[in-house]
Each structure stands twice: as C-alpha cells, then as structure tokens.
Write a protein that binds this ligand. Structure first.
Ligand code: 5RP
Length: 215
C-alpha cells in the first residue's frame, strides 16, 4: 500500500477546519505546517475576521495572505482557535510544541470557546511518548533542566517571550500525572501536554476522508 500523502492530509484537515469559521469571528491561529494550510483555506473564504497569532511565523504568513492579525492584548476571549499537534492520544491528550510555540498555543486554546485540532493520519498514537516540549525561564535554566531530567535544550532561538525551548525526554506514562509534575517544576514556563478538557474537536485526515472526534 502506498504511504499516506501527509501533506495532502494536512491540507484536507485544515480545509475542513476553515469551514467551521464564521464571518465576524475572533480567531486564534496556531503554528506549524498544518496551520499553514489552514491559513490559506481561511484566506480563501474572504470572511471578515480578527485574528491573533501564536508565533511570529504564523503572524507573517497570515498577514501575507491578507488576514487581519492583531496583538493578543485587550482581548479576553476568542471564538475559535485552530492548531496542529505532534501526538494525539485516544483519550484526547495531545503533545504539542514541535515548533516551540506551545506556550502561546496553550494560552490561545484556553482562551477560545472552541479549540479545534487539525492533523494528518500519522499524529494519532496509542500512547503518548517523549519528547514533550518545554519552555523554560532563561534564569537558572541549567538548574531547571537538572530537576526535569532527562531533558535537553533544543538549541533553537528563544521564544518571542524570551523563554528557552527544550524537551523532556523521560517516559510519559499517565499524561495527567506528568503534566502536574512538569507544571510544578520551578523555572518551567509551560509544557506541551494539552489535556482533553482544552480540546473540543479533533479533525484527522486519513487518505481522502476527514475523521471528526470529540475527546
Ligand atoms: C508548534 C506545534 C505544531 O502544531 C505541531 O508541531 C504540529 O506541527 P505540524 O502541523 O507542522 O505537523 O505544536 O509548536
């Protein structure tokens, strides 16, 4: 059997998500290649929208496509946020942050009345595993890394908020327990585990079909 065309699947899932957007909405734009397809589909709909972006990369791409992007300041809630994922567990837990944008992505998802995840068929997994992205305060970063061990820094530029991007490399086990442990680590700004309570709908494209699931 031919391997799935993942780029085509990302595009299909993204197009399905773009159909959920209504005129006048306040939208959260995630980060990544699947979101890139979403931006194109969204711009193609020609709706009147206000958008906030979760990364400079998304902001630049959205502006290039003619979408109206504004700072996430003075805005208390979003109607809808759309984003990709690195891993999707059957329980609805996600690992995000492959692009290092998980802190802002989590803020946007939490602020949205509806958070929709778009993905190709390689993203659902039986159980979540490492790496789990983390954003750390630059202050005392080696000490934070030590208390997270096993963990490593990615060696990529700092986040737009000045955070250091790395990955926790240990086993995930129960994602709720690990999320609580990571969140309780001093110096950790945010981790890439997203709980099912944040997620309203997951659109996974498989070949020509888009499966819709609610955690
Ligand atoms: C960025 C993310 C992305 O949504 C995630 O890495 C998926 O990316 P892609 O759509 O390129 O597969 O969390 O921080």
């Amino acid at each position: 059997m031919a391997p799935p065309d993942l780029e085509q699947e990302k595009r299909l899932a993204a197009e399905a998500a773009a159909e959920l957007v209504e005129d006048g909405m306040l939208l959260g734009l995630g980060t990544g290649s699947t979101v890139g397809h979403f931006l194109v589909a969204l711009a193609g709909r020609g709706l009147r929208l206000r958008c906030v972006a979760t990364s400079p990369r998304t902001e630049a791409a959205a502006l290039e496509l003619g979408l109206a992007v504004e700072p996430f300041a003075g805005i208390e809630r979003l109607d809808l946020a759309v984003d990709g994922a690195d891993q999707i567990a059957p329980s609805g837990w996600l690992v995000k942050g492959g692009g290092g944008a998980h802190t802002r992505e989590k803020v946007a998802a939490a602020a949205a009345d509806r958070f929709v995840v778009v993905a190709s068929s390689d993203k659902p997994v039986d159980a979540l595993g490492p790496p789990v992205p983390v954003e750390l305060l630059a202050y005392g970063v080696e000490a934070t890394l030590r208390s997270l061990a096993p963990a490593e820094l990615r060696g990529v530029p700092a986040s737009p908020d000045g955070g250091v991007i790395g990955d926790y490399l240990g086993p995930v086990g129960d994602p709720g327990e690990l999320a609580a442990r990571l969140a309780a680590t001093a110096g950790l700004v945010e981790h890439g585990l997203f709980g099912p309570e944040l997620v309203d709908e997951i659109l996974v494209a498989r070949g020509d079909l888009v499966e819709r699931r609610r955690p």
